[in-house]
Write a protein that binds this ligand. Structure first.
Ligand code: FEO
Length: 171
């Protein structure tokens, strides 16, 4: 059984994961109308789907532990970006924010002596290490590329491999 404090904190995370899915969905929709970014578009759509999966996992956990998962209303995400580099910088910032939020949840689980939730949250801790690392790898590559169109062309090709590797590691 979840304490009220734990349940409220988990429900707050449901909102954060749902909002993350919206944030990346908006990036996907924007990238889709940019010429030549088909693989980058696919990356953002897949990332958005993953966040929805993170949200659903939390919803099932809350309900399975005798709580009630509250489906939240969401904020309008950023819809347009000055460049693909900016979009990926925002993605990294967002992942760092999610990691901090997961860490706070772990703190609450420990302070509530809720070891089942603490155990459950370890999956998210590991997931955030993967996601931050992936976002940093991408940002490092984009930093190197700068304004070089040829480099961006290769990045658009290579992101398919980057995301496949990332997905394989998470599987
Ligand atoms: Fe579910 Fe990328 O945080």
């Amino acid at each position: 059984m979840l304490t009220k404090k734990m349940q409220d904190a988990l429900n707050e995370q449901v909102k954060i994961e749902a909002q993350s899915s919206q944030v990346y969905l908006a990036m996907a929709a924007w990238a889709e109308i940019q010429p030549g970014f088909d693989n980058i578009t696919g990356f953002f759509y897949r990332h958005s789907d993953e966040e929805r999966m993170h949200m659903l996992k939390l919803i099932h956990f809350i309900n399975d532990r005798g709580g009630f998962a509250r489906i939240p209303s969401l904020e309008q995400p950023q819809l347009t970006f000055p460049s693909i580099n900016h979009a990926f910088k925002e993605l990294l910032k967002h992942e760092v924010f999610v990691s901090e939020s997961i860490n706070k949840l772990v703190d609450i689980a420990l302070s509530e002596k809720d070891y089942a939730t603490h155990n459950f949250l370890q999956w998210y801790v590991a997931e955030q290490i993967e996601e931050e690392s992936l976002a940093r790898t991408i940002n490092d590559k984009l930093e190197l590329i700068g304004d070089d169109k040829g480099g961006l062309y290769l990045f658009e090709r290579d992101i398919l491999q980057i995301s496949v590797e990332g997905d394989a590691e998470q599987a």
